[in-house]
Every structure is written in structure tokens, then in C-alpha cells.
Design a protein around this ligand. Sequence first.
Ligand code: GLU
Length: 309
Amino acid sequence: MITRFAPSPTGPLHLGHAYSAILAHDMARAAGGQFLLRIEDIDQTRSKPAWESQLIDDLNWLGVWWDAEPMRQSERLPAYSQALDMLWNMGLIYPCTCTRSDIAAAMSAPQEGAELSSGPDGLIYPGTCRDEMWFERTFPETHPRPQTATLRMNMALAAGRSDAFDHRIDTPTGGWHSYAGYQETGMGPSGKTGRIEFTPEDMTKGVGDIVVARRDMGTSYHLSVVLDDAAQGITHVIRGADLTEATKIHVLLQHILRLPTPSYHHHRLIRDDQGKRLAKRDDARALSKYRAEGATPSDIRRMVGLPSG
Ligand code: GLU
């Protein structure tokens, strides 16, 4: 078993991160497996070395250690570029010049003030740039992939690939599940099923043409996470239930890029007193704050509902 924790160094780690990291770490330890760290720093404008040192310090303080040098996404651009070439040569991706407001304008035209539909990759792209590039997509070998463009994946083509949906993702998102002896009630999207299931139609209607490369980054969260999990040999992805919908995208990309699909475990989310999910900006719940107030790692474990260890 190889598990991982993949934080972005864009802010302080909070109680929710602590829960996720401890589960992944302890699950690997209990199985005699490995636990790896990945620094998700593709967003170079928001990532800061100071946040990275802080998160490493917080994790070690919690008793979370990793078995290899951390993988750093900012050093993986050649791998991302190679995968984008592959998708381009398959005719599955196209350049997009729309801004967020172009997308909102294109979507809100029919019903004034109606809620814009969004999915795990944000607003569901209305397809404005999709067909203009048909020729280029059809003859990718004579039209090299633009290097500094936003690239989207044509979801209808990608999801329609017949081999992409021949199985369901078994994932303990529902019912009781045990992580290294800790029981937790999983909270899947439906709250009922232990499986994530999706059809090509779910992907086109509920997700749409995802961004696989941002102009300023040369990659995207979804593409990087899939390539990195494969490169690190991750067998079990343990992460919050907020990423359950994104897992569908990841499994689809794995099929297309011929990568193995790990087992996915989506754990419950740690919430604040109002029942709101903790976000990066919730500095009030930062581990560093509790540490400064004299909390011990056992206190943190108790606060997130784990045995004190
Ligand atoms: N870097 C992501 C985050 O901090 C997590 C990625 C993942 O677990 O797939 O939310």
C-alpha cells in the first residue's frame, strides 16, 4: 500500500488537513506500506516557500513522516507537457481563449439571472471555442500543440471513448469504513452508495470540457494529480469527500492516459462550529495557532475525532 498527502503550500494547514494527513499516514503504517508527500505548487503565484516549511514542520510535529523525498509539482512540467502532447495527438484537447466573464456571458444568455451551472471543474463550459479548432484537432500532427494556451478537453469525445466506462470505481464513500483501525462514516455524494458511478452523459452535462492546462501554468490540478499519483505509485488515495466529484475526472483521465486507477477513499470533512467545511482561509483553525496555544498532537487528534494515538 502506498498512500500520500498532497497539500498546496498556499496557506496554513488546518484541522481538516491534519485529519487527512493522519488517516493516509496511519493507514499506510498499519499496512506496512509507504506514505509519501507531494507538494502541489503548480500555482506559482500563490505558493510560498514559507508555507511549505511551515506545513512540513506541522506534519512532523503531528508525527507524520514520509518515506521518500517529497515530489514537487513545479519540477514535473516536462511530464505534464508530454501528457498534453498525447491528448493533443489523440484530438481530445483544444485551445480556449475564453475568460471567465466570456463563459458567464455565454451561459447566462437564455435566462437572465439564472444560476450558472457548475461542476467539479467550475462553470460548465458552453463550448464557445470547441468547434473552431476542429481542423487542428483532426490533423494534430501538422498542427503542433500551442505551448502557452489554455487547453480544454472535449468531454463528449473523451467520455465517449467506449473503453472508458467499462467499470465502476469501488470506493468506500458510504457506510462504515475503517482506516488503520479508525472507524468513520463515509459521506459519499449520495450518502448511500459505496461506489462512484458515472455515465458519459454525467460527464458532459455535469462536468463539461475541463481545463487540462492553464495558460499561466502549463497544466491543471486534474492533469497533475493523475500523473503524479501514477508516478508516485499511489495505490490508495485518501482525501476529503469534497473531491468525490473530481475523482470521476481523474478516473477518466487515467483511462485515457492508460494509467492505473488507485483505490479512492473519501473521508468525512472537518467542519467548524457552524457546520461549514474548513477552507484554506480559515486561519482560525490553523494548526500553528493551536500549537502556539500549547496544544499537543494528541489534542489535535482528539479534536478531529481520532483516538489520541
Ligand atoms: N492539493 C489538493 C488540496 O490541497 C489535494 C489534492 C488531492 O488530494 O488530490 O486540496
